[in-house]
Ligand binder design. Structure first.
Ligand code: ZN
Length: 352
């Protein structure tokens, strides 16, 4: 029987801007949270923002506890769940970059309590998405968990993060250019569900970042806000789609393949951005514009920029189609061999 309804879970409050973190007490009040609360943070994010969040929660008259995590493995999620069972919080605050928010997101979803996202970096779209990327059995996998109840993104806090994380965030947004194309392809050829609304929202974020590249590059408040809003829109697009489809296509599979071949080189968004150039080429789309936007933002556009060996780029493109066989993309359709992948990497100037 065809699906009769479509379920969307969206954030209820989104606060973006300078000093946004100071709004924690009023968010608590508006959401009628009476506590206790549990903060999930890393050593660093605790210093940068976690302590402030803790003080503000205490000021609101709510009991609060902090649990530090450094990785996002299945073990970390279980440890947080144990703490939830002991402390019985009404809400979880995920304070940090990707990993802390991922652990907060999944453990709170398992224990059926809401979580509030307080990002300290803008390196990828996980800050607002309903999906958590968890490391288990050696490699990361993405699980549907829950959308944040609120997102409190303080640009003053985020401005302290390394510049490279901003570049990575831009790459992760630009990647939606081909992710949406793959989604449409899967709909046209495999009758997969496709939502115009979610697809448009993801594409709008790409345009926003590409058109404001110069502003973002200046690294000021206004630029960071544009990037944050684009990343949050991407997260919302996934909530609307009910999957990562509008935001993760073959360019993401390329990045995962590169991680499997040679981990700990580029950042997620940097690798996805580079992949987008090659996938756009395969689609006969405007790959030169993608490359130009990335270049303008100071993102890697060659294997050398990324610190990757030419051979790894080619192998990753060849391997990408088999990383997630259930996700139909142009790479499955074309089934490129090593020589064909080399040709793509050369034609787009990724390798010489
Ligand atoms: Zn991504």
């Amino acid at each position: 029987m065809p699906l009769q309804y479509h379920y969307m879970q969206l954030p209820r409050e989104v606060i973006v801007g300078k000093g946004a973190i100071e709004r924690v007490p009023e968010v608590i009040k508006r959401l009628k949270l009476r506590g206790p609360a549990l903060i999930i943070a890393g050593q660093k994010s605790c210093e940068v923002a976690g302590q402030t969040v803790r003080d503000l929660i205490t000021k609101s008259g709510i009991d609060v506890d902090t649990l530090l995590v450094e990785t996002s493995t299945t073990r970390d999620v279980l440890l947080v769940e144990e703490r939830i069972l002991e402390w019985k919080p009404q809400v979880i605050f995920g304070v940090g970059g990707g990993t802390k928010i991922d652990v907060a997101k999944l453990s709170s979803a398992h224990q059926e309590i809401p979580f509030i996202s307080v990002p300290t970096t803008v390196s990828h779209d996980g800050i607002a998405s309903p999906l958590a990327s968890i490391r288990g059995f050696g490699k990361p996998y993405s699980v549907m968990s829950q959308a944040p109840l609120a997102i409190i993104a303080d640009t003053e806090v985020i401005a302290h993060a390394p510049w490279r994380s901003v570049v990575s965030g831009c790459g992760d947004v630009i990647a939606k250019y081909t992710a949406v194309k793959d989604w449409k392809l899967a709909h046209d050829e495999k009758q997969e569900y496709y939502g115009e609304y979610a697809a448009s929202l993801a594409m709008m974020s790409v345009k926003l970042v590409a058109l404001n590249a110069e502003k973002i590059k200046q690294g000021n408040e206004e630029g960071l806000r544009v990037l944050l809003e684009a990343l949050i829109s991407c997260g919302v697009a996934m909530s609307i789609a009910g999957s990562s489809r509008p935001c993760s296509g073959s360019e993401h599979l390329f990045s995962h393949a590169l991680d499997m071949l040679n981990p700990s080189k580029g950042m997620h968004g940097e690798q996805c951005g580079l992949g987008t150039i090659m996938i756009a080429y395969l689609y006969g789309a405007n790959w030169k514009r993608v490359k130009q936007a990335l270049k303008q933002l100071g993102a890697p556009t060659t294997a050398t920029d990324l610190g990757a060996a030419d051979e790894d780029i080619i192998k990753a493109l060849e391997l990408a189609a088999s990383v997630r066989p259930d996700r139909y993309t142009i790479l499955q359709k074309l089934n490129l061999n090593y020589a064909a992948c080399e040709k793509v990497a050369k034609a787009t100037g990724i390798i010489n």
